[in-house]
Design a binder for this molecule. Structure first.
Ligand SMILES: *Cc1c(COP(=O)(O)O)cnc(C)c1O
Length: 412
């Protein structure tokens, strides 16, 4: 992989007409180690966040030994780079064939569920393979309510009474019981974790069965940009969120219970940026060679503020507009689809023009893994970059965030 000191250097040297991902292995390793140091339990990286082999490999080298996987593709992707790694199959609703593959071929011994019919599916395979139920841990996923940028409890999770019944059923089968939750993604309010742990304690007390692990899921917030026009309280540091979580673990009587976390975004967001080219400027509109069907679907929701850097093409001699005046530009994506437009503008220097590049930072989570081949566009060029995106001069631009609660959004 070609290597550069910065995204700017890569753009100016390669002059790419197609999106180029800047991978920062040193940043990825540092963020992985920061989580490992901060969390006093087992850290299982959530593979769906970014399943590129270069990511999984770097994480394994940085000391990540467990991975949260959800599909046969993810089992194989992890095993290909980390044959010894432990796989936790934390998808609560699985195909029978995939359960079999997990237990038989991949020797996975931990999975999640939120319904008795899923217990029945798993037990059928355990019996067919003649496995010792004691070797298996079934995590009952409990529903949780919270303040996440991306709320997930609407889809999965058993209500407390139901969860307690499921635990009793699992215990009755001689299988080890775990409790898990996943409060959503980009959770900046630690109270969300505290409430979920309190619910887990309630469920454990109602079930009155031994709990061999508590899995607190993912959701830990990654660093993004701030909107300079609208100062907001800074995001709490990871250590503070984990300290609050551990306080709740203690109060909930889980101090002696082995813990698992499934971080995704917080580990991988900073590890990638993408260099996109401005294909055309039409007034306050920029048509770029990336978009919501490629790297930018996560930001399409408008819930995170991505940092953006303007990389002017030095070959363009004459420019209208000032470099020090920041203006909102509507961003249109590469495909012909009329929905391929970002829901919030990017604020960029007024002087940005056709042929320039913009480097969009902190896109490591839920961008590469969500790319499609729609319209035949599929960014897949990578370079390695040595310095963090935020090194060097401050980014000139940012993607506008959603208006906070209580204030109506301006609309698409
Ligand atoms: C997506 C997911 C994660 C990772 O979430 P992040 O917000 O990226 O940390 C962890 N656990 C489960 C069950 C998930 O679905």
């Amino acid at each position: 992989m070609p290597r550069f000191a910065s995204g700017r250097e890569a753009a100016l040297e390669l002059r790419p007409d197609h999106p180029v991902y800047c991978f920062r292995p040193s940043v990825l390793a540092a963020d992985a180690r920061a989580f490992l140091d901060a969390f006093p339990g087992r850290t299982a990286y959530a593979v769906k966040t970014n399943d590129e082999p270069m990511v999984l490999e770097t994480l394994a080298r940085a000391g990540i030994t467990a991975f949260d996987v959800a599909s046969p593709h993810e089992f194989a992707a992890v095993r290909a780079v980390a044959p010894e790694a432990e796989l936790l199959y934390m998808h609560p609703v699985k195909a029978q064939a995939d359960i079999r593959l997990a237990l038989e071929h991949y020797r996975i011994r931990a999975t999640a569920l939120d319904h008795e019919d899923e217990v029945a599916k798993i037990v059928r395979i355990v019996r067919a393979l003649d496995l010792d139920p004691e070797d298996l841990t079934l995590f009952v996923r409990i529903a949780s309510k919270g303040e996440a940028a991306y709320e997930l409890s609407k889809k999965f999770g058993a209500a407390p009474g139901h969860a307690a019944e499921l635990l009793q059923r699992i215990d009755g089968l001689g299988i080890r019981c775990g409790i898990c939750f996943h409060v959503g993604s980009q959770v900046e309010d630690a109270a969300t974790y505290e409430r979920a742990v309190a619910t887990a304690a309630e469920v454990r007390d109602a079930a009155r069965v031994p709990i061999s692990a508590l899995d607190v899921g993912g959701g830990f917030p990654a660093a993004y940009a701030a909107d300079p026009r609208r100062p907001q309280p800074p995001m709490p540091p990871l250590a503070d969120i984990i300290a609050r979580l551990m306080g709740a673990v203690e109060r909930g009587g889980f101090a002696g219970t082995p813990l698992v976390a499934e971080p995704g975004r917080v580990i991988v967001a900073r590890a990638f940026s993408v260099i996109a080219r401005v294909l055309l400027k039409k007034g306050q509109r920029l048509y770029i060679n990336d978009g919501i069907w490629a790297s930018l679907s996560d930001s399409w929701t408008g819930k995170i503020v991505l940092p953006v850097r303007h990389i002017p093409d030095p070959a363009r001699r004459r420019r209208a507009g000032r470099a020090d005046k920041i203006e909102p530009f509507r961003i249109y994506g590469a495909t012909c689809d009329s929905v391929d437009v970002l829901s919030r503008p990017f604020f960029l220097p007024e002087s940005v023009d056709t042929g320039d590049w913009i480097e969009i930072g902190h896109i490591g989570a839920y961008s590469l893994s969500l790319r499609t081949r729609f319209n035949g566009f599929y960014p897949d060029t990578f370079v390695e970059v040595d310095t963090p995106f935020e090194a060097g001069p401050a980014p000139e631009g940012f993607a506008e965030p959603e208006r906070r609660m209580g204030v109506a959004p301006e609309g698409g």
